[in-house]
Design a protein around this ligand. Structure first.
Ligand SMILES: *[C@@H]1O[C@H](CO)[C@@H](O)[C@H](O)[C@H]1NC(C)=O
Ligand SMILES: *[C@@H]1O[C@H](CO)[C@@H](O)[C@H](O)[C@H]1NC(C)=O
Ligand SMILES: *[C@@H]1O[C@H](CO)[C@@H](O)[C@H](O)[C@H]1NC(C)=O
Ligand SMILES: *[C@@H]1O[C@H](CO)[C@@H](O)[C@H](O)[C@H]1NC(C)=O
Ligand SMILES: *[C@@H]1O[C@H](CO)[C@@H](O)[C@H](O)[C@H]1NC(C)=O
Ligand SMILES: *[C@@H]1O[C@H](CO)[C@@H](O)[C@H](O)[C@H]1NC(C)=O
Ligand SMILES: *[C@@H]1O[C@H](CO)[C@@H](O)[C@H](O)[C@H]1NC(C)=O
Ligand SMILES: *[C@@H]1O[C@H](CO)[C@@H](O)[C@H](O)[C@H]1NC(C)=O
Ligand SMILES: *[C@@H]1O[C@H](CO)[C@@H](O)[C@H](O)[C@H]1NC(C)=O
Ligand SMILES: *[C@@H]1O[C@H](CO)[C@@H](O)[C@H](O)[C@H]1NC(C)=O
Ligand SMILES: [Zn+2]
Ligand SMILES: [Zn+2]
Length: 612
């Protein structure tokens, strides 16, 4: 057995995936399929466990349909694009037919905001409108709405008008409505998709499905999010769950730990004490699994197409009291993984749909000019794998070098000493050494925030603002309130970072020292057995403050300076500044616009200057 596995592993190497045959005349494919890294990808070693009902799960894809394209580890482990994923799904469907079992494909939302494919559209466009036309070519059985579908009304409307009809009755928004002009022209609130779905699987199993969003408060005008605890009291809900199906498939954009799934679960259990309940969650971007009882399971499958989830349930047991045997697996989405589990070779793997989607992705990247080059990054800059401050910290690069340089361009106040303050959450993804393109800028720093300033703050006062802002995080009560408020508005960075920190602390140093595993996620969840499909050693983790600032100028305490900050933190900053005993109560009236440059342009402007 060992020998067979070892051979399988060496047959599926990264080289064989990326080597381009001389006959390939697909120009677009050549542009975007980057040169192979020197590393070989480790293949999985255990086949997937198939049962009566099996599920492939994606969530929080946020436009990462091209796969991760950088050569630094662990990125190549996530290099499968959505065309590869489509081929994988087709082969798995065929295997399910051969085994005569059910296989469902499920998505838990957040299709917007994250890469150039979703966000790189020209003025007048709608976020993710084009990338969704590639996403919707996959045979999803059930999909749920995410919070990132709701920050901008036009995006929600696009989902309602163009996306939902591609999956008739299966795009679910149980507690999310949109207000549109009704038949008589009057505003009317309607579900964005459908509230629930009842359907039969290929094998004839009856399924009742929901699509639930966590208690999100950051949604745009003319969209409505009903609290989960109120949703389960609705008469439509009670009617929908009344009839007993063979199993409940509860899909939703809600994490399986520390959120409201138990509210939905308990409402169903109150009516059906033993019916199997399969929950597919999302939103906190982590790999997680919980069992609320012995006849249910709840899976969450990461983010950014860094994870494809697998769930199997052995449902055909006669004893309705017995615990159900479930398995779950977190797959690294790359061709080595996909080929291993479908027992296909590089040559027999691609389906015509897969190739068509890859072509479509490359054509869209070209249309949006995503390869447009700002400069060449001299090294990797990370959000949490390097200490802050340090030369490898993306936060250090952004606030100490890039922001001051970008804001000085064409700025009449550039000669006046200043301090610039931003929140760390402004940065969303690492910057890797090599080409720094329009796509990289959109992934690293996607938020279009403006820079404001207050003139004439004495340096002695201004220099206290950053430590005071960060100290409020040290006050446990204030910090908890702030976290809850940010969480309700959709910020999951605290939860995601805590997950990374926990896996590094558990056995990061020891596993990395052994040097026999590559970097990646190392999951410990609430379900039995090992969840990760490919073994890794944990990514190093360094915590960073909630707020960071540029290097203070070398001036005396009584020197007046410009206090510059990002608009996202204006309220907190004004409060703190007023509390510092300068005698001034600062309000919005004291705030001016510092620069027309937006925060999402800063890294590109810097790269043009410093990385050319
Ligand atoms: C593997 O497949 C890809 C995509 O179809 C192709 O471009 C490449 O040439 C193949 N590599 C090998 C070694 O056959
Ligand atoms: C909400 O939508 C309705 C119907 O289209 C429209 O009349 C109304 O102005 C919108 N309200 C806001 C605040 O955008
Ligand atoms: C959502 O839309 C339905 C159908 O129009 C309506 O009955 C319901 O009151 C709406 N719910 C909310 C929370 O707005
Ligand atoms: C059944 O599952 C529950 C919840 O996971 C667990 O507490 C219980 O011990 C299990 N019972 C048996 C007989 O395995
Ligand atoms: C950080 O970069 C600076 C400037 O390039 C260099 O002088 C310094 O040695 C670097 N520090 C470390 C620890 O590499
Ligand atoms: C600075 O000004 C020049 C000349 O007007 C203009 O071409 C350039 O786009 C400006 N740069 C920025 C970042 O605003
Ligand atoms: C800055 O503050 C000083 C002292 O309060 C005042 O004399 C000066 O006019 C102010 N300058 C500006 C530009 O507001
Ligand atoms: C890696 O090395 C450690 C320590 O030497 C060992 O315990 C572990 O089994 C090795 N893992 C693999 C996958 O070879
Ligand atoms: C700060 O300025 C003072 C006075 O101009 C000067 O003596 C000192 O060397 C400067 N310090 C640094 C770190 O530049
Ligand atoms: C500061 O100004 C705000 C807004 O005008 C006001 O609500 C607040 O009470 C003022 N605080 C003090 C201490 O004057
Ligand atoms: Zn997300
Ligand atoms: Zn989300």
């Amino acid at each position: 057995m060992q020998l067979v596995l070892a051979l399988a592993a060496s047959a599926f190497t990264y080289q064989s995936v990326w080597a381009c045959s001389g006959h390939d005349h697909d120009e677009e494919a050549h542009v975007h399929r980057r040169a192979p890294p020197s590393t070989h990808l480790t293949a999985p070693t255990r086949p997937l466990v198939w049962s009566d009902v099996n599920i492939i799960h994606t969530t929080d894809s946020h436009g990462w349909l091209m796969g991760h394209q950088k050569p630094s580890l662990p990125e190549p482990y996530y290099s499968g694009d959505f065309g590869d994923f489509a081929s994988f799904v087709s082969h798995m469907k065929k295997i399910a037919e051969e085994k005569d079992v059910d296989l469902l494909l499920v998505d838990s939302g957040d299709l917007h905001d994250g890469t150039g494919l979703s966000d790189g559209f020209p003025p007048g466009g709608v976020d993710a409108h084009d990338s969704n036309k590639l996403f919707d070519q996959l045979p999803y059985d059930v999909l749920a709405i995410g919070n990132h579908e709701l920050y901008i009304y036009a995006n929600t409307l696009d989902m309602h008008t163009n996306f939902a009809p591609k999956f008739p009755g299966r795009y679910l928004s149980s507690n999310v409505n949109i207000t549109i002009a009704g038949k008589d022209g009057k505003p009317e609130s309607v579900p964005v998709g459908s509230r629930f779905a009842k359907f039969k699987t290929r094998k004839g199993r009856r399924v009742t499905s929901l699509g639930v969003l966590f208690d999100f408060t950051g949604n745009d005008k003319n969209t409505t999010v009903q609290k989960v605890e109120d949703m389960v009291k609705e008469s439509w809900f009670k009617e929908a769950i009344h009839e007993e199906p063979d199993f409940f498939l509860l899909v939703g954009h809600m994490p399986v730990s520390h959120d409201n799934w138990p509210t939905v679960f308990n409402a169903v259990r109150a009516v059906h004490a033993d019916t199997p309940i399969l929950i597919l969650g999302g939103h906190t971007h982590i790999r997680d699994c919980q069992q609320y009882d012995g006849r249910s399971i709840a899976l969450e499958s990461g983010r950014y197409m860094e994870t494809v989830g697998w769930l199997s349930a052995d449902l055909d047991e006669r004893n309705h009291k017995k615990n159900i045997t479930f398995t779950r697996r977190y797959l690294d989405p790359n061709r080595v993984t996909y080929e291993f589990h479908t027992t296909r070779s590089n040559r027999t793997f691609d389906t015509s749909l897969g190739k068509k989607i890859t072509k479509g992705l490359n054509a869209l990247a070209k249309k949006f000019d995503l390869s447009s080059l700002f400069g060449t990054a001299p090294r990797d800059y990370t959000i949490s794998r390097d200490p802050y401050p340090s030369n490898g910290s993306l936060l250090s690069l952004f606030i100490e070098q890039a922001t001051p340089a970008a804001l000085a361009i064409n700025n009449t106040r550039a000669d006046i000493p200043n301090i610039v303050i931003t929140n760390s959450g402004e940065l969303r993804f690492d910057v890797y050494g090599g080409a720094f393109t329009k796509n990289d800028q959109l992934t690293a720093s996607p938020f279009a925030d403006t820079y404001l300033y207050i003139p004439n703050v004495t340096f002695g006062v201004a220099k206290q603002v950053l430590p005071t802002l960060n100290n409020e995080g040290a006050n446990e009560k204030r910090s908890l309130e702030r976290e809850q408020e940010l969480y309700a508005r959709g910020d999951v960075s605290m939860r995601y970072k805590r997950w990374l920190e926990e896996m590094d602390r558990r056995d990061g140093q020891e596993k990395r020292a052994a040097k026999n595993l590559t970097l990646g996620y190392v999951t410990k969840d609430g379900c039995p057995g090992i969840g990760d499909d490919t073994m890794h050693s944990p990514l190093p983790f360094f915590s960073s403050p909630d707020f960071v600032s540029s290097k203070p100028p070398n001036v005396t305490d009584d020197t007046p300076i410009d206090l510059v900050f990002i608009d996202f933190i204006a309220d907190q900053l004004l409060q703190v500044l007023s509390s510092l005993g300068s005698g001034t109560n600062y309000t919005e009236a004291d705030v001016l616009s510092y620069s027309p440059t937006l925060s999402n342009a800063v890294l590109g402007l810097y790269a043009q200057e410093a990385w050319n």
